[in-house]
Design a binder for this molecule. Structure first.
Ligand SMILES: NC(=O)C1=CN([C@@H]2O[C@H](COP(=O)(O)OP(=O)(O)OC[C@H]3O[C@@H](n4cnc5c(N)ncnc54)[C@H](OP(=O)(O)O)[C@@H]3O)[C@@H](O)[C@H]2O)C=CC1
Ligand SMILES: O=C(O)CCC(=O)C(=O)O
Length: 420
């Protein structure tokens, strides 16, 4: 029976993906619900004194999907659309992602329902600290390790770590990843997710025999993941022709000046008012004629209405859950489009978070080159496994990735047995 507390479109979507993959695997019924649903969750109310003197209370959540193979791991989202159901779905995807890439973690995710655009720097700090304070009994460097996601960043992770460290009385760098390097963060973590996305795009372009300098890319979302993917694509000599954020997008057939766009966002907080291209809506960006489309913002942006209109060769899912089940069924029939599924496409982030955690635990730090090379190796290995599984099960790439991840978790649960 599906737990009612998580009821939402996005949770249903993650459950439907699980059902399809579990059927392909012929998953033992005794493992089905144990493997599928999140293990436990925490909901907290975070009262914050605003700069005006008023007290506002924000809802926060953390969902730990499974604890069978190590601590849980996953990002923390600050966004007005956050719900417990969304966080639960994201925690499921973290589990399959970590298992697929061979990381010794279960999945987790956290979220606070807040629009950070409405907060001052001081209010953001108080909210971040209060959330961690409320979560102290639920997380730990060997229990559940947070990282940045939508609306959070290195600074938020620094406050999280400081709050936890003040509580226990000593520095605990391994409590969060995606921290500033000066606090034990890893070289390469900031760019890892976007860089991994760009690396996989390059790899699939090579498979399609499309020369890199002939490829064109449209990216929805220009935050950490979208902008770092654009920077890495640019460095690989792959032309980005459209970018966007919450306020809308920009199109330039001659190629977006990525470094200028990044500098503009750094100075102004968003792309609003930038002059680097013609205006394009977020909806039209996804159906542009180009080689690669990269959704790098939020879930469920590709649905049954726009899926038949996609005009790309590669859909690189940098965001988590950008494609609905209905759109997925449509894309499965379209043999001209390669979908690089989210749990694989954006896994560079958690892979390097794992490296950060390992470096923190051993207090021995690696160079950016070492970090990225180790990440490439894991991505290459996962790609081979996915392509083999796709052939073996005669299924889509998403189903291949999900079955690989889900099977590892189910096998671990089976061998651990039931207690008592
Ligand atoms: N950070 C990481 O390491 C990882 C992130 N991911 C996933 O990648 C995606 C992006 O995360 P991240 O880059 O960290 O988040 P950020 O908050 O850094 O960036 C989000 C971007 O999406 C834009 N955006 C927000 N709403 C919309 C909208 N309705 N239409 C178009 N764009 C919108 C934001 O615009 P604006 O700034 O104007 O609000 C911003 O450019 C998420 O799905 C996340 O779960 C996956 C793996 C790891
Ligand atoms: O780096 C991490 O631990 C998690 C990143 C994340 O939230 C994700 O992969 O969706």
């Amino acid at each position: 029976m599906q737990p009612q507390i998580y009821k939402s479109e996005v949770f249903d979507m993650a459950c439907r993906q699980f059902d399809i993959a579990a059927d392909l695997l012929g998953l033992d019924p005794s493992l089905y619900e144990r493997t599928k649903y999140p293990k436990r969750c925490m909901a907290v109310m975070c009262p914050i004194r605003m700069d005006s003197g008023e007290v506002r209370v924000f809802e926060g959540y953390r969902v730990q999907h499974h604890l069978s193979m190590g601590p849980t791991k996953g990002g923390l989202r600050f966004h007005p659309a956050v719900t417990l159901g969304e966080v639960a779905a994201l925690s499921m995807w973290m589990s399959w992602k970590c298992a697929l890439t061979g990381l010794p973690y279960g999945g987790a995710k956290g979220g606070v329902c807040v629009d950070t655009r409405d907060l001052s720097f001081g209010e953001l700090e108080r909210l971040s600290r209060r959330y961690m304070q409320e979560m102290i009994s639920f997380v730990g460097p060997n229990t559940d390790i947070m990282a940045p996601d939508v609306g959070t960043n290195e600074q938020v992770m620094a406050w999280m770590m400081d709050t936890y460290a003040n509580h226990v009385g000593n520095s605990v760098p391994a409590i969060v990843t995606g921290k500033p390097v000066s606090l034990g963060g890893s070289e390469g973590r900031r760019e890892a997710t976007g860089h991994g996305v760009a690396y996989l795009i390059k790899s699939y372009l090579n498979d399609l025999n499309i020369p890199l300098d002939e490829a064109t890319v449209a990216i929805q979302g220009f935050g950490n993941v979208g902008s770092e993917a654009a920077v890495a694509l640019n460095a690989f000599g792959i032309k980005v022709i459209a970018i966007s954020d919450y306020y809308g997008g920009f199109y330039n057939a001659g190629g977006i000046n990525i470094l200028d766009a990044v500098a503009y966002v750094k100075a102004h907080g968003s792309l609003k008012g930038w002059k680097g291209g013609d205006s394009i809506s977020n909806e039209d960006l996804l159906i542009l004629e180009c080689t690669v489309v990269v959704p790098a913002a939020l879930e469920r942006v590709i649905d049954e209405n726009n899926a038949p209109k996609l005009r790309c060769r590669i859909l690189a899912e940098a965001a988590n859950g950008p494609t609905t089940n209905q759109a997925d069924a449509i894309l499965k029939q379209n043999k001209d489009i390669i979908t690089i599924p989210d749990i694989f496409c954006n896994s560079g982030g958690v892979i390097v978070s794992y490296f950060e955690w390992v470096q923190d635990l051993q207090s021995l730090f690696w160079t950016r080159e070492e970090v990225l090379n180790k990440m490439y190796k894991i991505l290459d290995r996962a790609k081979i496994e996915i392509e083999n599984q796709k052939k073996k099960l005669k299924c889509s790439r998403r189903e291949a990735a999900l079955t690989l991840g889900i099977k590892k978790v189910a096998d671990a649960k089976a061998v651990r047995g039931l207690f008592p």
